[in-house]
Design a protein around this ligand. Structure first.
Ligand code: G3H
Length: 258
């Protein structure tokens, strides 16, 4: 029976990876909408993937924020070796999450658990154009941004568009526009419609989508039946080297129509 179950999950993983045209898909049993433990299981898988994929020398790991990422950070274990050093950085700044789930906090916690280092990006959201341009000229900020651009690994989640817009306190006008444009997914501060087209971009502080396409290790983590549409939309745009870590509930919902 156990073998049958393993094979079943294995097949589901292969079907999903093929559908999305990505390198790998890993599926945890359950539904993270209802079972918080499933997000902990995502964390274990991310930790395993990092231990396996990080290279000798210095790794720069760029991480996004959100509740999924904040939970994953708790499951990271020491990954320094005499030959390997790991530096965690926020992938993007200025997209307005509350402090505990900001990319800066996730990166700091991952670094502490991995016994590695981290850098903080001090760029607040909702800046005027002038303030933003001045800030980007500051040597300390320029330095961190240059480090972020050198990332060889990125870990991010995928959110539902309107939910994210409200959580990040975007303006009424912006939310109306997102509705008109039929945004369904959000990741990296980009909003996508069901066809995978980018319909809105947060200010370009940190990694752009073009940068992500060139990063060798890309780990996307999102699950729960409620996120199926968002995952499907984002995955139309995901770089081929992406590993998707999700749960059975999302996977079944996504493949239902396939
Ligand atoms: O960009 C996606 C969001 O950060 C996902 O947030 O993990 O809280 O659903 P969440």
């Amino acid at each position: 029976l156990l073998m049958d179950q393993l094979t079943g999950m294995d097949q589901l993983e292969k079907r999903l990876a093929t559908k999305f045209n990505i390198e790998r898909c890993l599926i945890v049993s359950g539904n993270s909408d209802e079972q918080p433990k499933v997000v902990g299981d995502f964390g274990e898988l991310v930790n395993d993937a990092l231990h396996r994929r990080l290279q000798e020398g210095t790794n720069i790991i760029a991480v996004m924020g959100g509740t999924t990422m904040a939970e994953i950070a708790k499951h990271v274990t020491p990954m320094e070796t005499p030959k390997r050093h790991n530096l965690f950085v926020p992938a993007r700044g200025g997209i307005g999450e509350s402090v505990s789930i900001q990319a800066n906090s996730v990166s700091a916690l991952m670094a502490a658990n991995a016994k590695g280092d981290h850098r903080v990006l001090y760029v607040p959201e909702q800046l005027s154009q002038e303030a933003y341009h001045t800030l980007l000229k500051e040597p300390s900020i320029k330095n961190v941004l240059a480090t972020i651009k050198e990332a060889n690994c990125v870990i991010h989640s995928i959110g539902r568009a309107l939910h994210m817009a409200v959580r990040r306190k975007m303006t009424e006008d912006e939310i109306v526009t997102l509705r008109q444009d039929r945004a369904v997914a959000e990741s990296f501060g980009y909003f996508f419609d069901a066809s995978g087209k980018i319909v809105y971009k947060a200010p370009p502080i940190g990694l752009s989508f073009e940068d992500v396409e060139k990063i060798p290790t890309v780990i996307a983590v999102a699950g729960g039946k409620s996120k199926a549409k968002a995952i499907l939309a984002y995955m139309k745009h995901a770089p081929e080297q992406t590993w998707l870590i999700t749960d059975e509930a999302a996977a079944n919902e996504i493949l239902k129509g396939a």
